[in-house]
Structure formats: C-alpha cells, structure tokens
Design a protein around this ligand. Structure first.
Ligand SMILES: Cc1cc2nc3c(=O)[nH]c(=O)nc-3n(C[C@H](O)[C@H](O)[C@H](O)COP(=O)(O)OP(=O)(O)OC[C@H]3O[C@@H](n4cnc5c(N)ncnc54)[C@H](O)[C@@H]3O)c2cc1C
Length: 483
C-alpha cells in the first residue's frame, strides 16, 4: 500500500527541496535504469530515485521517509546479484553512487577514507603511487561501490589470503534509522583494530541496506607485494582439481588467490578472450602466490609438488606479466563470456567447507541433468565459495521456475554439507527462502530482533534478507512436499 495522493505530493515536494533539479528522478524513462540490480529477474519501478551528494542529504531523506512512512532502499552501483538494491514500488531509491570522493589517503596509517560511492578499484588506483592497494577485489571491482561492498561484505579473488571486506574496514559512518535517533550519524569502529562493546562495525557488514545508510568508509590499505607469481594447473577431472585445493592449504601455503574453472567455463572464456587455457582440461586452477621473492620461490615449489601429486596433467608458471594478465583476464571475464552461451544466466553463490567442494560439484552436475539446464562453474575455490552459473532461456515458459528450483537444490545441498547459502553476493530477495533452511526459527528471530532495534519502523530495504515466520513455514512445508 502506498501513500494517499496528497501525501505523496507533499513527500515529493519535500524531497525536491533536498535533491534539487536532476538529482530527483520521477519520470518513467529516467527511472528505468534503476529498476533492478544485476539480477534483472527482479524488477520494480520506485516512486522516486534520489541521487545523494552528501551525508546531510542522506540524513534528511531518511528523516523524511520516516515522517511519511515511505520505505527506503539504498543503492550503490547496482552490480548486486541478489536483488538487494531492487526498489520498492511505493518507496524511495536512494543512490549513494554520486558520493564518490576519496577524502583522505594516509600512507602512515595505511588507510583510505572514502565516500560510499567510490568504485572499489579506484581506491587501489589512487593508493598505487604510495605502494599500497585495497585488497578485496570482487570480479566487479571496476564498477561496484565500496558502500555496496560493505553492505554485502563483498569478497573477491584475493580474499583467501587478505580477507573479505569486513577484515579490511576500520570504520564506517552510518545514518541511523533507530527510534530516538533517526537521521543521526553513527561512527562504527575506529582507528584501532578492536573497540569495546558490541561489534557494530561487523554487524553492518552484510546488513544489505537494512540497518542504516553507509555514508563513509575507512579502509585498510595493504602494501603491494614485492612479487606475485601465477601458476595454472590442468586436471582431467573436476574432483581431482577440487581435492588439490584442500591439499595446497593443508601443505601450509595460503595462496593470494586460488580459483577454479570447469570445462564449460574454460571453453566459454577461451572463445571470448583467448586467455590461453587448455580446452582439453576438465578443470583448471589459477593460483597466485605473492610476497617476498624468496618466500614466493619456496611456495611455488611446494604448490607445484602438491599439484603434481594431486593428479594435475600439466602445471605451468606464467612466463611473464603479459601471460599472467591474460590468464587473469580470462578468469575476470568469465561471467560475460558464459553470458554469450545462452540468452540468460543466473549466478548463484554458496560456500562449502573446502574439502567438500568436489562432492558439491558432482551433486551440481546431477541437479543440472535433472532440470535439463547447463551449469558452468567458475569460483573462489580457496574460500570454498562456489558460483554455479545456470544457463537458461527466459522466453521458455517454465525456464525461470526450473532455474530457481535448480538453484535451490544446489544451495540447500551446500547447507547439508555444512556450508552456507551465500559467500559474498548476499541474500536479498533471491535467497530469502533458503534462509528458512539455513537457520531455525529461534535464530531467525534474533535477526528480526536486531532489525527491530536498528530499524523499528521497518522502512530500510523491507521484505528482503530476513524471511517472516509465515514465509519460513510455507517454504519448509513446500520443500517437505518435494516441490
Ligand atoms: C560480473 C559480476 C561479478 C561479481 N563478482 C563479485 C565478486 O567477485 N565478489 C563479490 O563479493 N561480489 C561480486 N559481484 C556482486 C556485486 O558486485 C557485489 O555484491 C557488490 O558489493 C555490490 O556493490 P554495489 O555498489 O553494486 O551495490 P548495489 O548492488 O547497489 O547494492 C547492493 C546492496 O548494498 C546495499 N547498499 C548499497 N549502497 C549502500 C549504502 N550506501 N548504504 C547501505 N546499503 C547500501 C543495497 O541496498 C543492496 O542491498 C559481482 C557482480 C557482477 C555483476
């Protein structure tokens, strides 16, 4: 239910005062690009889109939404893959992308203080002359914003060694929606590694726009490693490649990156950008080792040995930076490359204990056959973070429904082997049903209690991430009935 006409006009008039001129979009055409994130199966036209330029504007917008009871969905760059930034029909979409200034780079403290709309990769680009970079590197890093990274607790290729977003953020400024302090600014975290009291900084990571609006982030910067060497290993079976992943870590080496691609992903990528992958391989591992040159040499020898013992049919060292760049370009282009194989694709994001990867990939193959849909796998193997990419044709009447069932089967298999339904893409709308499988009622009630404490009016990104009790019961009953 939306606002009555008169209230809607008053709301929009007040909003125009906060966001003058073209920074408030209400027309059908100007709003169209904001109707979905990178998961376009969920799409909705909001009441209005506000392009925020400052923390004060964000706070004023939040107060106004509170006054009128209008839901507010935050959006960064809109690259999310779980419909977290999908607007609400009667709500305001508040875009923080225009808040895109790097406010401070401190080489002594090794930190960067940035506005939420700063693009992930721009932090590393700006810090490079200081010999520093920002470690978490989602494959979408040329487009996604740091505010969105915090809200989703984003990961990336190099997070195995350097941690995901929460491990690389020192503090966040958040506009509050909680009862007595709507629109007030909270500083979560600080300059030191730990703070007294509840860890609200950790809480906001992965909060998906449901606990406040992020207006500033101070990230840790990491020294650019003296040397990085890359290995590529080919395998004749997916299981052997998966088992090698655990064996490397068991051998005492934490690679900077440890990624896996299966045959379908290899062939799609090779056709797309000629990365130099072996088209005969059933799977490949791409491995970065970084650090001091002597340390890297030792680790290279250990990992090569482990790969051979694990059954690699070929192990290559990148001969130079050019070859390294080509191999990684292939990995980073895998999504668009796979996108060329079918009219539509759907990328899911489950995480499993590393030693269960092989088993889950084999189960995925069985599910793929059951639903008659092809699945390619390209993922952060070192983290056990799987990204099965389901290919389908949305113009076929039941294709999306089959895709969603296949996705549900894979995610619930991840839970069954001790894993989770998301490693980095968040729950959003996409995985809200699986929350009912991942958590029991008592656990979900704790999430709801936290949400009620920090957003008592339930205006921030409602109906996402945390399912209602009724929805949980309905979904569990459906799954029990075998549907
Ligand atoms: C090709 C491709 C590859 C990808 N690879 C990866 C990967 O390797 N690792 C990974 O983690 N993700 C990956 N993603 C997913 C996506 O890029 C990340 O989830 C990213 O963190 C989203 O950032 P964004 O700025 O686009 O956020 P959006 O999509 O705009 O929003 C995402 C969520 O954050 C909330 N949000 C955004 N800004 C704010 C704010 N200022 N305050 C409060 N809440 C906010 C939104 O409400 C929403 O719930 C990939 C996506 C694509 C399309």
């Amino acid at each position: 239910m939306g606002l009555p006409d008169a209230s809607r006009e008053s709301f929009l008039t007040a909003l125009r005062k906060i966001f003058p001129g073209e920074r408030l979009l209400c027309g059908r055409e100007t709003i169209a690009p904001y109707e979905c994130d990178a998961l376009p199966v969920y799409c909705e036209r909001p009441l209005a889109v506000a392009l925020a330029a400052s923390e004060e504007e964000v706070a004023s917008a939040l107060r106004l939404c509170h006054q009128f009871g209008v839901p507010l969905v935050s959006r960064g760059a809109g690259t999310g893959l779980s419909a977290g930034a999908k607007p609400m029909a009667q709500g305001l979409l508040l875009v923080t992308a225009p808040m895109n200034r790097i406010l401070d780079l401190d080489p002594q403290a090794m930190t960067a203080r940035v506005q939420p709309g700063v693009i992930n990769q721009q932090i590393s680009t700006a810090a490079a002359p200081l010999g520093l970079y920002y470690a978490p590197d989602p494959s979408s890093q040329i487009a996604c914003s740091i505010g969105g990274n915090v809200a989703e607790n984003a990961g990336g290729v190099h997070c195995l060694k350097y941690g995901v977003t929460v491990h690389n953020v020192l503090s966040v400024r958040l506009v509050s929606a909680s009862a007595e302090c709507v629109g007030e600014i909270l500083t979560l975290g600080g300059d030191c590694l730990s703070q007294p009291g509840y860890d609200l900084l950790a809480l906001v990571h992965g909060s998906e726009g449901g606990l406040g609006v992020i207006t500033e982030v101070t990230v840790k910067l990491t020294p650019i490693p003296e040397q990085t060497r890359t290995l590529m290993a080919d395998f004749a079976s997916v299981r052997a490649a998966a088992d090698a992943v655990s064996a490397i870590v068991r051998a005492g080496v934490i690679p900077a990156a440890l990624e896996m691609m299966d045959k379908l992903a290899i062939s799609a990528t090779e056709a797309f950008c000629h990365a130099g992958y072996d088209l005969e391989a059933a799977a490949i591992l791409l491995i970065d080792l970084d650090g001091h040159p002597q340390e890297v040499d030792v680790e290279l020898a250990v990992v090569e040995q482990v790969l051979k013992v694990s059954g690699a049919t070929r192990v290559q060292r990148a001969a130079d930076d050019g070859q390294r760049a080509r191999w990684w370009k292939g990995r980073k282009s895998a999504f668009p490359a796979i996108g060329r194989l079918s009219p539509d694709y759907y990328c899911i994001d489950g995480t499993v204990p590393r030693h269960r990867i092989g088993e889950v990939l084999e189960a995925t193959e069985r599910f793929s056959e059951k639903y008659g849909l092809r699945v390619a796998n390209v993922f952060h193997a070192g983290d056990g973070n799987l990204h099965p990419i389901i290919m389908f044709d949305g113009s076929e009447p039941d294709a999306l429904a089959r895709t969603e069932k296949l996705a549900a089967d894979i995610l619930e298999y991840c839970i069954a082997v001790g894993g989770t339904i998301t490693g980095e893409h968040g729950v959003g709308l996409e995985k809200i049903n699986q929350m009912a499988v991942q958590f029991n009622d008592a656990e979900l009630e704790q999430f709801r209690a936290i949400k009620r404490a920090l957003d008592p009016s339930g205006l921030l990104n409602p109906d996402k991430q945390i399912p209602t009790l009724a929805r949980c019961q309905e979904y569990r009953a459906l799954r029990r009935s075998g549907d």
